[in-house]
Design a protein around this ligand. Structure first.
Ligand SMILES: [Zn+2]
Ligand SMILES: [Zn+2]
Length: 264
């Protein structure tokens, strides 16, 4: 009984049915929204760099927007060692004084911004599907700057500590060789001893850190071959030089490519 004396009655009229229908509608709408959130949150992949939804078929791991931010700076490099130089300069002083053991080395761009983030994601986040996108950057340099006259792709060997796990340079090398239609030789060049990363060492330490670190596999002589040597990032240029020197000693001509260079 209410305060004004009106008895409480249970209504089974039209308004009760409407209320039930509305509650049902709200329930199903909430369910739909919840399922949509689950679908987006769990199943629709997002760019690992910027977080945008990946909706296009070519967008694997990284969205198109992030990919388009990566622009080559190959035109501002020394024509021999690839070191970034001021516009108008053909060759840097050190190449003129001491020519390196390769014909040419080029980097796609500086190790910064989106390219740096993607390389870190690929190497340390072990995002293997990025090998296709990153190996296409080597191809881009080749098409613009070099004649694709190579006999084989050789990756800079991984350090001994990483030789049993994911080897990012080797994975890209395999894709690159396949796209160029040439041989892939991941075991031609070997690393004999583990060495600390060049980054963080003094200039004097960098010069000797990699002494005796690389060798050719027993019984392998790349005599007469034009080798495309690849690495991901170059810092001092020493790794590329040491590897190229070994290949040259075995009778090969070497052209080297890296995705990015920090400074050297
Ligand atoms: Zn993105
Ligand atoms: Zn140079």
């Amino acid at each position: 009984m209410r305060k004004n004396g009106t008895p409480i009655t249970c209504s089974f009229g039209t308004s009760g049915i409407d209320r039930n229908l509305k509650m049902e509608e709200i329930f199903f709408r909430n369910c739909r929204e919840f399922l949509q959130m689950v679908r987006v949150g769990l199943f629709l992949p997002r760019c690992r760099n910027c977080g945008l939804d990946l909706v296009l078929t070519e967008e694997i791991v990284i969205c198109r927007n992030c990919r388009e931010k990566i622009v080559s700076t190959a035109e501002n490099q020394c024509r021999i060692c690839g070191k970034f130089v001021a516009q108008g300069i053909e060759s840097c002083g050190s190449c003129l004084l001491r020519p390196p053991p390769y014909r040419r080395h080029l980097s796609y761009a500086a190790y910064e911004g989106t390219l740096r983030e993607i390389i870190i994601l690929y190497k340390y986040g072990e995002m293997e599907p990025l090998k296709n996108f990153l190996s296409a950057l080597y191809l881009d340099i080749i098409k613009r700057e070099l004649f694709p006259e190579f006999d084989a792709v050789v990756p800079v060997p991984a350090d001994l500590r990483r030789r049993h796990g994911f080897q990012p340079v080797r994975a890209m090398g395999r894709v690159l060789a396949s796209r160029l239609g040439i041989e892939f030789m991941p075991r031609l060049l070997l690393k004999k001893k583990s060495t600390p990363p060049q980054v963080g060492l003094s200039q004097a330490q960098r010069k000797t850190n990699l002494d005796g670190a690389f060798c050719l596999a027993a019984g392998k002589k790349p005599s007469g071959l034009h080798i495309l040597l690849i690495d991901d990032v170059t810092t001092t240029g020493t790794t590329i030089k040491k590897c190229a020197a070994m290949l040259k000693k075995g009778g090969a001509r070497v052209t080297a490519l890296t995705l990015a260079q920090s400074c050297f």
